[in-house]
Design a protein around this ligand. Structure first.
Ligand code: NAP
Ligand code: ZN
Length: 335
C-alpha cells in the first residue's frame, strides 16, 4: 500500500492536523511527485476558511508545488522519473472539450483544482494528471519558483492577454504574493509600473522589484491624484475596495482586471465605464501552455518570488502570518 502524509484541515477555519491517506493505484495518465516545496497562496486561506463555499473537508491545501517525479502511469510519455516539475491550481481537465482542445484547459468545465475534492501540496507527495506537471527550468531555485505556479501565472496571463507593452501604464494593486510577482512581470513586459499598497513600508522593495511609482492607498485623496493615468490596473487584493476610484484612475479604453477575490464582489457606477470606454475583466490562473511560457520568461528575465521559508510541519504558522498580511512576500513550506 502506498501512503501520502500531509497536513489537512477538517472544518472551516480549523488548524491543520497531520493526516494520511491511501491514494490507491496510480492511474495510467498520472504522475506521482515527491514534494520539495509548496507555496502558501491566499486562495489556500480562502479554502481553509470556506470563504467560497466550495471546500470539501478534510483536505490537504496547497497548489504551488515543486518536486520530483517518482512514478509515472503506463500512458505517460512526456515525463520521466527523476524530473523536477511544478504543479499549480489545476491537477486535471477533461482533455476533450473545445477549451482543452485549443489549449485553454484552465477554462474546462470539468477542471479539477489541485486541492478541491483532491489533496494538495502541504504533504510529502501528490498525484496529478501528467499534463499538469510542468518541467521547471534548471536555473530556477525550487523555493523561489513554487509561488510562480499559481501566483505567478495568475499575474502573468492577464498582462500577456491584454497586450501590455512598453507604451502601457500599468498599476498593480496589493503588493502581496501575487502583486510582488505582478510588478516584476509588468516590468518584464516593458511597462511603466505603479504599485498600489496599504503598506507604506513596502515602497522601497516595490521599487527594487521594478515599480517606477508607489501609491500609498491609505493616504487621503491618493487615488484622485492619479485619475486618468493607467491603461491597465491589475487588482490582487482579497478585500473590498473603492472600485469606482480605480475605474476613474484608468485612461480612456483602460481595463481594470480583477484576480484577487474581494468578499462583496466588484461594485461600480456605469458612467466611468461608459464615458471612458473602459472595461472590467477577470482572469483565472492559466493553461499548461501558459505555465510553460511563464516559467521560461521567469528564467530569462530573472522573475522570482521573494520567500519566507517554513518547515512543512510549521504550516499553521505560515497560514497565520498570511492572514495577518505579515509575509514578505510569499510563505513557502519546505520538506
Ligand atoms: P496575499 O499574499 O495575502 O496578498 C494580498 C495583498 O492584498 C496584501 O499583501 C495586501 O497588500 C493587500 N491587502 C490585504 N488586505 C487588504 C485590505 N484590507 N485592503 C487593501 N489591500 C489589502 O494574497 P495573494 O496570495 O497574493 O492572493 C491575493 C488574492 O488573489 C486572493 O483573494 C486569492 O484568492 C486570489 N487569487 C486568485 C487567483 C486567480 O486565479 N484569479 C489565483 C491566485 C490567487 P498591501 O500590503 O500592498 O496593501
Ligand atoms: Zn493560488
Amino acid at each position: 500500500m502506498s501512503e501520502i502524509q500531509g497536513l489537512a484541515v477538517h472544518a472551516a477555519g480549523a488548524q491543520l492536523l497531520p493526516y494520511k491517506f491511501d491514494p490507491g493505484d496510480l492511474q495510467p495518465n498520472e504522475v506521482e511527485i515527491r514534494i520539495s516545496h509548496c507555496g502558501v497562496c491566499h486562495s489556500d486561506i480562502h479554502l481553509i476558511d470556506n470563504d467560497w463555499g466550495v471546500s470539501k473537508y478534510p483536505f490537504i491545501p496547497g497548489h504551488e508545488i515543486v518536486g520530483t517525479v517518482i512514478a509515472v502511469g503506463g500512458d505517460v510519455r512526456s515525463l520521466s522519473v527523476g524530473q523536477r516539475v511544478g504543479v499549480g491550481w489545476q491537477a486535471d481537465s477533461c482533455g476533450i472539450c473545445e477549451w482543452c482542445r485549443q489549449g485553454d484547459e484552465h477554462l474546462c468545465a470539468q477542471s479539477q483544482p489541485t486541492c478541491i475534492g483532491r489533496n494538495g501540496g502541504y504533504a510529502d507527495k501528490v498525484r496529478v494528471s501528467s499534463r499538469f506537471a510542468i518541467p521547471v527550468p534548471g536555473v530556477l531555485e525550487s523555493e523561489n519558483v513554487a509561488p510562480l505556479l499559481c501566483g505567478g501565472i495568475t499575474v502573468y496571463s492577464p498582462l500577456r492577454n491584454h497586450g501590455v507593452r512598453p507604451s502601457s501604464r500599468v498599476g498593480v494593486i496589493g503588493i502581496g504574493g501575487l502583486g510582488h510577482m505582478g510588478i516584476q512581470f509588468a516590468r518584464a513586459f516593458g511597462a511603466e509600473v505603479t504599485a498600489f499598497s496599504t503598506s507604506k513600508d513596502k515602497e522601497k522593495e516595490a521599487k527594487e522589484l521594478g515599480a517606477h511609482h508607489f501609491v500609498n492607498t491609505r493616504d487621503t485623496g491618493a487615488l484622485k491624484k492619479v485619475a486618468g493615468s493607467f491603461d491597465f490596473l491589475l487588482s490582487t487584493v482579497s478585500a473590498d475596495q473603492d472600485w469606482n476610484a480605480y475605474l476613474t484612475a484608468l485612461r480612456p479604453k483602460g481595463t481594470l482586471c480583477v484576480v484577487g477575490v474581494p468578499p462583496s464582489g466588484i461594485q461600480v457606477q456605469a458612467f466611468p465605464l461608459i464615458a471612458g470606454q473602459r472595461a472590467i475583466s477577470g482572469s483565472p490562473t492559466g493553461s499548461p501552455r501558459d505555465l510553460h511560457e511563464m516559467l521560461d520568461v521567469a528564467a530569462r528575465h530573472n522573475v522570482k518570488a521573494i520567500t519566507e521559508r517554513f518547515a512543512m510541519a510549521k504550516a499553521n504558522d505560515a497560514v497565520a502570518r498570511v492572514k495577518k498580511n505579515q509575509v514578505r512576500y510569499r510563505a513557502v513550506l519546505a520538506n
